[in-house]
Design a binder for this molecule. Structure first.
Ligand SMILES: Nc1ncnc2c1ncn2[C@@H]1O[C@H](COP(=O)(O)OP(=O)(O)O)[C@@H](O)[C@H]1O
Ligand SMILES: [Mg+2]
Length: 267
């Protein structure tokens, strides 16, 4: 369970990236954060692993407050999937997946790239799971297409059985059909393992197709929180209308459908 309590992030230049965020994400949920560029999606995700620290309010990961002294406990349980895949391009696919296990490997073993056979088998299983068969294991990541690289990144993300995957616009640089395949994989992998996923997207159609729940952000504020079916065209317009819509919604109506999901409905 991830919990935000009145979390706020104001950067030094005065930009309020996250404004009074109060939200609970139950274990196992595939929660999509939808919003235009600059809405605060990345900042919300980074609050959970401490890459962004709240100016005020509180963020909890499984009941543990996310603060510098707890990073060591929390971070190994969180995996990330990035827009630009972030693979080591000159390394092989297998080594890229194994790199996901470095937080759980002793420093000496990691320096020598000695990974237990069990872990190597797991990496192979994960690669197969994302559709990359044995013949790809020793290919360099640089030789893969964008969609294949993101498959490797998903396999890497799951190698330590994370409690949470933070996927920050994982399909922003992929074409629509490839994007659907990647989101399908991410959702299926999370369902199979009970992993919670916080995924930011800027495409409403993909959010509606894959999310258990959609949180719409505008100017750092939640202006929608509900089921994919509840996200209508008018609300999409408001999510993308920017500053004015965000302010009006916050002042007039409050979030729409807030609290529509309970933990039991959501998973
Ligand atoms: N390190 C930073 N310093 C100052 N402003 C930032 C920083 N990171 C993000 N911002 C600003 O915070 C707002 C939210 O950014 P971000 O969370 O990256 O949104 P999104 O991921 O939805 O595009 C934007 O106005 C952005 O310019
Ligand atoms: Mg972003």
């Amino acid at each position: 369970m991830i919990r935000f309590k009145a979390a706020r992030k104001r950067f030094a230049d005065g930009t309020v990236a996250v404004d009074d965020l109060t939200l609970e994400i139950p274990a196992g949920q595939f929660c999509v954060f939808l919003g235009a560029s600059g809405a605060g999606k990345s900042s919300v995700l980074k609050l959970v692993n401490g890459m962004v620290q709240p100016t005020s309010g509180r963020v909890e990961f499984d009941g543990i407050e996310v603060v510098p002294r707890t990073y060591r406990e929390i971070r190994p349980r969180i995996a990330m999937v990035h827009q630009q895949f972030n693979l080591v391009l000159r390394s092989t696919i297998l080594r890229n997946v194994l790199a996901g296990a470095l937080p759980g490997t002793s420093t000496t073993a990691a320096m020598l790239s000695l990974f237990p056979a069990e872990l190597q088998q797991k990496a192979c299983r994960l690669l197969e799971r994302v559709g990359l068969s044995e013949k790809h294991l020793y290919r360099r990541a640089a030789h893969l297409s964008g969609g294949q690289q993101q498959r490797v990144a998903i396999a890497r993300a799951f190698i330590l059985d994370p409690t949470l995957v933070l996927a920050d616009e994982p399909v922003a640089s992929l074409d629509p059909e490839i994007s659907r395949g990647i989101l399908q994989l991410l959702r299926d992998a999370s369902r199979e393992s009970g992993t919670t996923v916080m995924c930011s997207l800027h495409q409403p159609d993909l959010a509606r197709e894959f999310a258990d729940r959609i949180v719409g952000l505008a100017r750092g504020k939640v202006i929608f929180d509900g089921l994919p079916d509840q996200l209508d065209e008018e609300m999409i317009g408001r999510i993308y209308a920017g500053a004015r819509a965000a302010r009006e919604t916050a002042e007039d109506d409050g979030p729409v459908a807030l609290g529509a999901l309970t933990a039991s409905e959501a998973v």
